[in-house]
Design a protein around this ligand. Structure first.
Ligand code: SF4
Length: 230
C-alpha cells in the first residue's frame, strides 16, 4: 500500500486554484489588490477586472527614496486612468495611495539587512505589505485581498500565498490565491508596459536591492527590478 504525502505549498498550483475560484464567482466581488507598481499590475488588472470590482492599494514602504515612490505611484494612477477609459474591458478600477512610511520597512527588515535577495528579508517585506492590505480590506468590507507580487518569475509565489492565507485567517477575510506569471502573465505585463510606455524601474525597491548586482539576471528581469528581485 502506498502512502500519499500531503500536498506541500511548493506543489500547489495557485493559478489552477484561481481558475477554479473564478469559475464559481457570481456578480462582481470587491477585491483589494495590493500593487507594487504599474508594470506588474498591468496584466493583473487586465485579467481580473472582468471578474472583480477592484481597488488597487499602492503600499510599498520598502522603496528607498520618496521620489521613486511617488514616481511609481504616479505611473500606477496613469495606468488605471488609461484602463478606465477602455470600453468594455471590465469593471471600473479605483486606487488608494498608501502612506509612504519607510520606517515601517526598516523595522521589518531589522537584523535581516544582510540576507540575500529572495531570503528572509524579502519574506518580511512581503508580510509587511500584505498585512496592511489585509487590515485595510477588512476595514473596508472587501470580499478578497490579493497582490500583484506573484507575477514576478523570481518572487516566491508559494511563500506569498502562504503569508496571504495566514493573514486571511487572522483578519477573517478571503485571500485570492495567485501565481500571475503563469499563462504567460509576466510576458503579457511586458507587452502592456511597452504598449503604454510604462516606467519600469531597474531595482526592486529597497536600498539593499539598489545595491544588488543585476548583471547576471535575464535581460527582461534586469530591466525591471520589481520583476527581477525576489
Ligand atoms: S529586495 Fe524587494 S522584496 Fe526584498 S526586501 Fe528589498 S524591496 Fe522587499
Amino acid at each position: 500500500m502506498t502512502t500519499q504525502k500531503p500536498k506541500s505549498a511548493n506543489t500547489r498550483n495557485y493559478q489552477r486554484e484561481l481558475d477554479r475560484l473564478l469559475e464559481q464567482l457570481a456578480d462582481a466581488p470587491r477585491l483589494l489588490l495590493h500593487s507594487c507598481c504599474a508594470p506588474c499590475s498591468s496584466y493583473v488588472l487586465e485579467y481580473l477586472r472582468k471578474y472583480f470590482a477592484i481597488t488597487v492599494f499602492y503600499y510599498n514602504p520598502n522603496i528607498s527614496m520618496e521620489a521613486e515612490y511617488r514616481r511609481r505611484m504616479a505611473e500606477q494612477k496613469r495606468l488605471i486612468d488609461l484602463f478606465n477609459q477602455l470600453p468594455d474591458s471590465g469593471h471600473s478600477i479605483s486606487v488608494i495611495e498608501g502612506d509612504y512610511e519607510p520606517d515601517a520597512f526598516y523595522a521589518a527588515a531589522k537584523g535581516l539587512e544582510r540576507c540575500p535577495e529572495g531570503g528572509e528579508r524579502c519574506f518580511a517585506c512581503y508580510e509587511l505589505r500584505l498585512r496592511r492590505t489585509a487590515a485595510l480590506a477588512k476595514t473596508q468590507g472587501q470580499d478578497y485581498f490579493a497582490t500583484t507580487l506573484t507575477i514576478s518569475p523570481l518572487k516566491n509565489a508559494a511563500r506569498l500565498n502562504e503569508i496571504g492565507e495566514r493573514l486571511a485567517q487572522e483578519y477573517q477575510i478571503s485571500w485570492l490565491p495567485s501565481d500571475f506569471k503563469k499563462k504567460d502573465g509576466y510576458k503579457r505585463s511586458i507587452a502592456l508596459s511597452a504598449k503604454y510606455g510604462l516606467y519600469r524601474q531597474n531595482y526592486c525597491g529597497c536600498v539593499y536591492s539598489q545595491a544588488a548586482d543585476v548583471r547576471g539576471m535575464p535581460q527582461e528581469a534586469a530591466a525591471h527590478g520589481s520583476g527581477a528581485v525576489l
